[in-house]
Ligand binder design. Structure first.
Ligand SMILES: [Zn+2]
Length: 508
């Protein structure tokens, strides 16, 4: 069996940073010279889930029914974006065609499911449950790497005991275990198709980006060092590739620095578009007991001890400490705080600032017609077009994505009516859905960098033209790769086969 295609996902890798540092990245440099590379435009919203699922299927989020890690359905229930075989991921299509496939550490692939090969789920993972298919692979991987770890660190560096140093050593350990696991899985299974991701860049960029602007800082080169680390991992993993293996290196989205935070629901409230029930906004703004426990534990307990508690009592930690549990609480508070009889629109935040027009049965009468609903969307666009960030004094430049244009498919009604990305020059505003802050803007944001749609891709292989630069869309990659692998499939892709990257002499 030879490896036909190797996909290495570098979560959040920026095409602009790769270009800037290409001379320090010998493996990436070699791949870009041997094949095609360019900017890879991600989906709306540029979040790891559903961006990885959209890549793997070549379909938009509303066609696969995966709208994010955590989101609120139209029924106001909390939902978790899933990966299921019915979506038609590239590994499922290849599996059915008789290829041996391997899926490793792709965000949002928990729970794992049967494929013709193996699947090791990426984060978030339900503690204490099976995270591999076949299930006995867990033990083998665990003992081979001294305790396999899938999840991201529980906190950001400033919240953690040991601060930045402790955080970096957590990410470093996770990364080395990921690379070693991937190498072993390739060796053990010898798959035809291997799709994997490495999460280190996303973690480091979120919290260390700002140090790049401070050359005196001991952390000034951290982000660059991590691009070098990723390049070394590519070097190690591509050793399994042969001359005629297709190698795709890609990111699910890129990253830019944050320009402060907008409390979007407080903004909608200030404009009379959202109303809270009695005490609603106040309660959501308070620190709940879980949040207090989380902050206390993370600040005072060394990460090593938290990991031990995690392995002994996973559900306690999962329900109290993880970032996704915290996000779930914010969304639950939001649902409970909003007065649905007086609210026209609300937002669940995220990298696309998902804005929904109220569709609850008890919604205000004025929202009964489609025209009225479109009017609300237009009004919100007008209001956001007038925004100035009072902290920086910058006029905000919004990029709107109308739900009816970007979302197509059977799950369209679950998708937001409007997404927006707010930029200040080369920085992006972080959109926080929390209610009860009593302010609209904040100069301090949770992260130093956030996601944008500009990702990176580089593809090499026997039928790929060498040394060309071409931008592509993330939905184009699955149909293109399947075509290169000689699989003609009847799928309702939203992306296109990138014909122009194939060499004319190829034997397609
Ligand atoms: Zn990502």
């Amino acid at each position: 069996m030879i490896l036909k295609a190797l996909v290495i996902g570098l979560d959040a890798a920026s095409p602009h940073l790769i270009e800037k540092w290409i001379d320090k990245l010998p493996n990436l440099k070699r791949l870009t010279q041997r094949g095609v590379h360019g900017v890879l435009e991600s989906i709306v919203p540029p979040s790891s889930v559903p961006a990885w699922q959209c890549f793997a299927t070549g379909k938009n989020p509303a066609k696969i029914g995966n709208l994010g890690f955590i989101y609120i359905g139209r029924d106001l229930q909390i939902k978790h974006g899933r990966t299921i075989p019915e979506m038609g991921c590239i590994w499922d299509i290849c599996s059915k065609a008789g290829f041996r496939v391997g899926v490793f550490n792709v965000p949002g692939t928990y729970p794992p499911y049967p494929v013709n090969g193996f699947m090791v789920s990426g984060f978030p993972i339900q503690p204490g449950k099976a995270w591999t298919y076949p299930a006995d692979l867990m033990k083998k991987l665990d003992s081979a790497v001294g305790g396999y770890e899938a999840d991201v660190p529980l906190a950001k560096p400033s919240e953690m005991k040991g601060g930045e140093r402790a955080y970096l050593s957590e990410v470093e350990r996770l990364h080395s275990k990921s690379v070693e696991s991937a190498r072993l899985l390739l060796e053990w299974f010898r798959p035809d198709l291997f799709v994997m991701t490495l999460q280190g860049l996303d973690m480091v960029q979120h919290d260390f980006w700002h140090f790049m602007e401070d050359p005196a800082s001991q952390y000034a080169s951290v982000v660059q060092d991590w691009y070098v680390k990723m390049d070394e991992a590519i070097g190690k993993l591509t050793q399994s590739a042969k001359e005629d293996t297709y190698v795709l290196i890609m990111s699910d989205h890129g990253s830019v620095p944050v320009a402060g935070s907008l409390y979007i629901n407080e903004f909608l409230r200030s404009q009379g578009l959202l109303a809270c029930n009695v005490n609603g906004g106040e309660r959501a703004g308070e620190k709940g007991s879980s949040r207090k426990i989380r902050e206390f534990a993370i600040r005072h307990v060394p990460p090593r001890i938290i990991r031990t508690i995690y392995s002994l009592s996973p559900s306690f930690i999962a329900s109290k400490l993880t970032v996704s549990a915290e996000m779930e609480r914010v969304l639950r508070d939001l649902v409970q705080s909003i007065d649905w009889t007086r609210t026209l629109a609300f937002s669940t935040g995220g990298h696309g600032a998902a804005i929904y027009v109220n569709s609850q049965p008890e919604r205000p009468k004025e929202l009964s017609t489609t025209t009225a609903r479109s009017e609300i969307v237009r009004k919100i666009c007008d209001l956001l077009s007038d925004l100035t960030d009072p902290v920086s004094g910058e006029k905000v430049q919004p990029v709107f994505h109308l739900g009816e244009k970007v979302f197509r498919g059977p799950y369209k009604s679950e998708a937001p009516d409007l997404c927006v990305e707010l930029f200040e020059e080369d920085k992006k505003v972080q959109v926080n859905p929390r209610l009860g802050s009593r302010k609209i803007w904040s100069s301090s944001s949770h992260f130093a960098a956030t996601h944008v749609r500009d990702g990176f891709w580089a593809l090499t292989g026997p039928q790929v033209r060498p040394g060309i630069t071409q931008d592509a869309g993330i939905l184009d990659l699955a149909p293109t790769l399947l075509n290169l692998l000689g699989l003609r499939v009847e799928e309702d892709f939203d992306g296109q086969i990138l014909d122009s990257v194939f060499s004319k002499t190829g034997s397609r």
